[in-house]
Design a protein around this ligand. Sequence first.
Ligand code: HEC
Ligand code: HEC
Length: 370
Amino acid sequence: MVRRTHRAGRLCRVVSRVCGGAAFAIAAASVGCAGDVPKDPPPSPWEGVSWPAEVVAADNPTTAAKAELGRLLFYDPVLSSDGETACATCHSEIWGMGDGLAKAVGVGGGLLTGPGRDGPAVGRRNAQSLWNVAYRTTLFRDGRASTLEEQALMPMHDERELAKAPDDVVADLRASDGYVARFAAAFPGEAEPVTVTTLTRALAAFQRTLTSRGASYDAYVAGDVGALSEAAVEGMWRFAEAGCDSCHAPPLFGSDGFYARGAGATPGEDGGRGEITGEAGDWGAFRVPSLRNARDTGPYFHDGSVEDLEDAVRHELARDAPGGEVDEADVSAITTFLEKGLTDQSRAPARPDEVPSGLAVPKDGFRIPR
Ligand code: HEC
Ligand code: HEC
């Protein structure tokens, strides 16, 4: 990644807005910053950043049949002991592939999902967004899983999530003609297509389709200068100047490192990465979340203790600012960049009306107007 001189870049950017695409190089040269101007406008703080290669699991290449089966399983409460909770209960397309709650609520919370959902099985952490999960090399906020296939069983084992043994799930899937046919089509050549392994492979293949690279920022860096408003462009530069990109690195605006940010209602109460490694230095550290689609993934931080994106941005700015002093113009510009620049849910999955088990598909309690 090549970091450009931000101030000079901003001056050139203003010129480019005034003069438009064709006149850009000449106008920029006339104000003396031609050396700083990339050949291809528009300017951005990050050059040479490209989208990561598509992730193909060697033993589980994604096929349409597998991903479609995975989608049905993802929305099907047959995976839970109460027959009402699905993966989608906590990872809903309406809530940025999260659930809109501070802390996830598993079995016993009924069919309704989203803010307002309540129940006896309240988890200890905020549900993560699954957007672009294919590109992550560590999973969960503490990095305790490393592949989507491995991860998929954990919510079934978790008493506060789906609380159903994977073997029992498989037994129920084998009793469903609809699933038997779909597993056979998705895993041709398997003597017994419905197994715990194929269940996890289908769920993983579906989740690898949840990519989000069509945000306004992407259009902008691909050459569409008008894709970002002036305010969003301003926020992009301020984001870089504040050093947010050292952890929330483009193009995913996240990374696989673990850091303690002093966030949360009681910082340090949840050991995060430290609970996995046993290292004192990792206590309270969490994996850097991607900020793509952050507009819709609140509440924020590992315990969902911050409701608004603007407040999360303010916390992060204060964390790194000398004396903790925050320029409110930074807060609002950066929030605008995140909300307007990094949102793309064009590949959000369709919620099925019916699932092969015949159980009712969880429903969101309400939608917030956007
Ligand atoms: C009761 C709510 C709940 C249910 C049900 C649930 N999850 Fe999650 N999910 C969470 C929470 C909470 C986390 C973060 C937990 C942590 O970091 O310790 C999470 C994290 C994840 C992650 C890690 C994402 C990342 O970026 O690291 C994946 C993948 C995932 N869930 C997939 C699934 C799948 C697949 C299912 C269904 C088999 C499922 N979840 C069911 C609440 C839930
Ligand atoms: C040293 C690495 C690092 C830097 C620098 C950093 N962040 Fe973060 N950020 C994190 C980590 C780690 C978390 C998760 C913390 C947690 O959940 O407790 C996070 C969380 C966030 C969240 C909440 C996202 C969510 O889904 O919960 C936002 C918003 C955010 N950061 C914005 C920023 C902004 C804006 C800046 C620049 C002012 C910034 N961050 C700088 C590491 C960093």
